[in-house]
Design a protein around this ligand. Sequence first.
Ligand SMILES: [Zn+2]
Ligand SMILES: [Zn+2]
Length: 473
Amino acid sequence: MKNNGRKIISIILSICMFSSVFSYASVPNVTAQASEREELEQKLEEINNKLDSLKKEKSETQEYINALDEKLVYLRNEYELTQAEAKNTTAQVEKLENSIEENTVTLANTKEEINTLQVNEQQLRTEFDSTYEDYCKRIRALYVSGNFSSTLEFILDSDGIYDFLTKLEMVASVTRRDSRLLKKVQKECEEIVATRNELKQKEQDLTKTQSILQSDTANLKVQKVNLAEKEKEMQKKSETIESQQQEANALLLKINNETQHFGEFHDMTQAEIDALDREFEEADKKYPVTTTTTTTTQKHESDNTKPNTTTTTTTKPANPGSSYINLTWPCPSHKYINCGFGDYYGHTGCDFSTGGKTGYDVVAADSGIVMISRDITCNRSTCKKSYHGGGYCSYGRYIVIRHDKLTKDGKMVYTLYAHNSQRYVSEGEHVSKGEVIAASGSTGNSTGPHLHFEVRVGGSTSSYAVDPERYLP
Ligand SMILES: [Zn+2]
Ligand SMILES: [Zn+2]
């Protein structure tokens, strides 16, 4: 029983310690979130003012779209912040619910233990009462029989030494029995005291658990209200984002149609990018890299054919252009970049507008293996986008090539060709520089016919995207 009690106390203590650690740890996080939110609100106010003044000028220009893009970034950040807060609150709610569940069990156990202790105490009292009564009776009997006020007097009253010794022997035996009885009385008394102390401790535990339960329950109520508010806020924010996105998309389409400079709607989500990144990584692993080995072999060969001299000199390849990556225009008929790398938030490539028409040759910018040749078919039942060019989403019908040649500093190069109307090559196929791989189009997330071209250096995923103009002629 005692061990069990200690276990429960230690559980309560550990819960208290854990919950206090948790609340301390979450404090700086909350402060950081609050200041981030404040900063975002400030930025949103500024951008809204800018949008208002642009609207007054009736300039539905690129500037207005850029401002809308900026606003959307802030709105999404705000949404993510709220989402993180909601996640924190959910974690707190779960923690409180667990704590309440555990403490409810603890409370029931403690109550049961108290009941058992009370029964024990009652039993001990009954035992003690009867032992004590026995003891009193015996003492009384001793005194009553001799009518003496003390054992000494009883002994001193003896006639002659024999009588004295007999009486002494009698007293000794009676005293032995009495002292055993007295010890029993003392022991039972101590047991009662110990039981009462334990009972007191348990009652204190009970009060403590009850107060923890009470505060947890109150806290839970607050957190649940908090969570409901956050969820409402998220719902509202996502509606705002959606309506702003639609406004931006409609405007972008209008301007793109007027200028014949086509690109993408600026609404790729991080989740979509992440999903594509995983596909790229998978595809990259699928085909063994031969580039490095080839390069090394070539180097060895040239070393071997070199005259054997004692002086070591650095030998440069005869034609540097053929050893390193050297990209050609991916859409030879259209070399004008109407929207460059980073021209809007999240634009990881450059756009070659094809003047409102589709079907132009898209070629491999350099030789390499076709790592990906796929269609991102739109799932209309789950797709939340406003535009689904040709029934496709995102990059639409797209191709990724991993090139044979590296950069001068030995990095792997990947190129990506998106929104094609036709794909002419399959995954795993080797293509040479300038080979036609697709027909340009406007599939997926596209405002009109154009080639979206990306260059990734050092890795296949989106974070390795660089400005293609650094590698184009
Ligand atoms: Zn779609
Ligand atoms: Zn683009």
